[in-house]
Ligand binder design. Sequence first.
Ligand code: BGC
Length: 269
Amino acid sequence: PMYLSDDPPTLGAIAELFPMLGIGGYYSGPRFCKARQSTAVIIPYRDREVHLRHWLHYTLGTLVKQQLEFTVFVVEQEGIDVFNKGQLMNTAFLWAQRQTRVKFQCFIFHDVDMIPEIVGNFYTCADGKAVKHLSPYIDKFNYTTNKKIGVTVGGAVAFTEWQYRAVNGYSNVYWGWGGEDDDMNLRIKLTGLRRIRPDSNYGRYKMIPHEHDGGNPMNKQRHKLLKEAKMRMARDGLGDLATQIVAVSLHPTHTHILVRLNVPHLPWL
Ligand code: BGC
């Protein structure tokens, strides 16, 4: 198991630990060979600086050791409205994929509180129809795939550009905690894609313990929304995303994208 201190290094100190990263946290890969894939790690974020510092402190080293070409994108929701992970992830995907600096082949959607414990759990995508769920074994659940985790693709999941477009990205309609990953799981099945996972020696994660997040209340409507997931899928997602990028800033360890969402009136909140 992995133990985390209460006070991870500051972003500045982390930047000093990883001088091999370029502007915006871009790592071009090892010096004497070319990485086979370029990976965009996309982390939906708000108000979790300590988690982000832990995450970068541990995971940047793992990614460099894996000899990947990569950039970490931290995509933050502006304001104090209820959180919407799906919209943030879709926005970051489109931005990362549209910018011309690097052509990313692999997009990994990642929770900020999930830290990979095993360096050999590769942050790359599988070919063809296999979507790779990287994080099935979590310390909080004694590294067993409990029933709940077993049915979702939460935590960390890797799509090629083609796979992510084929499922129309994440659903945009899940506000607050829960459901967007269950919905994605359905999309994967309905699109005829497969889900693969590393075995229990590799797919191991530390979940950073934390209190429930006030800006991200549990979505009690999620089961109801899931029932209509199939009907919604063709239009709800990348296709009808209506967000606005407020700012993009290039930090030494990552690229930060600030996003404004169109928040509807949610009768249940
Ligand atoms: C939630 C998912 C979550 C899963 C495992 C489900 O009830 O809807 O978002 O990943 O539980 O905790």
